[in-house]
Design a binder for this molecule. Structure first.
Ligand code: AMP
Length: 173
């Protein structure tokens, strides 16, 4: 996995002072690396009978949708406020650098049995735990991330509310 790590660019003080932003776009634009990335993030879950991948707008969609396709699963977008046209459930999200909200259609998981939550990056775990709370109890089978910033303890935050498996491809200590 060394190569993926090498292509991630660290941007100091973005979007606010004190944050080191991991710019993942160089990995996504490289056709070989993007292929490897999606294959690796998918193969972890192939035996898990995932029927639904839920991803978080917007960077989560970049990895979530191709993983859903490869797992032969459906895709559910967890979106920023006021983007979904029908009735929604909402959850507040506290980020490493601010506050927001995510929403999902109320009927999105009606036929789901095993849901995989996918996002680009795990930092404080605020987004992933909010996503978990939007999904009916016992359906979440796993959490998959491209990158994990382990010193921000997002994994611990998820483990406080869920027993589901947590897998990250690139982990920064
Ligand atoms: P968190 O809720 O703190 O785990 O933050 C996760 C979300 O915020 C992910 O969807 C990322 O896209 C974004 N994010 C948070 N911190 C960073 C960072 N240092 N670099 C890049 N993206 C970040």
């Amino acid at each position: 996995m060394k190569k993926i790590e090498c292509e991630i660019i660290e941007v100091q003080d973005y979007p606010i002072p004190g944050i080191v932003f991991k710019d993942l776009t160089p990995v996504w634009k490289d056709q070989d690396l993007f292929n490897i990335l999606i294959d690796k993030m998918t193969e972890i879950w192939v035996e898990c009978e995932i029927d639904t991948v839920a991803s978080i707008e917007s960077r989560g969609f970049v990895v979530g949708a191709p993983i859903a396709y490869k797992l032969n699963a459906g895709f559910v977008p967890l979106r920023k406020p006021n983007k979904l046209p029908r009735e929604v459930y909402s959850q507040a999200v506290s980020l490493e650098y601010g506050e927001t909200e995510i929403q999902v259609h109320k009927d999105a998981f009606q036929e789901s049995k095993k849901v995989l939550i996918i996002d680009d990056l795990l930092a404080t775990g605020g987004t992933a735990t909010a996503a978990f709370k939007l999904i009916p109890e016992n359906l979440v089978t796993g959490f998959g991330f491209m990158v994990e910033l382990s010193e921000l303890n997002g994994r611990k935050k998820i483990e406080e509310i869920s027993d589901a498996r947590i897998e990250s491809l690139v982990i920064y200590d």
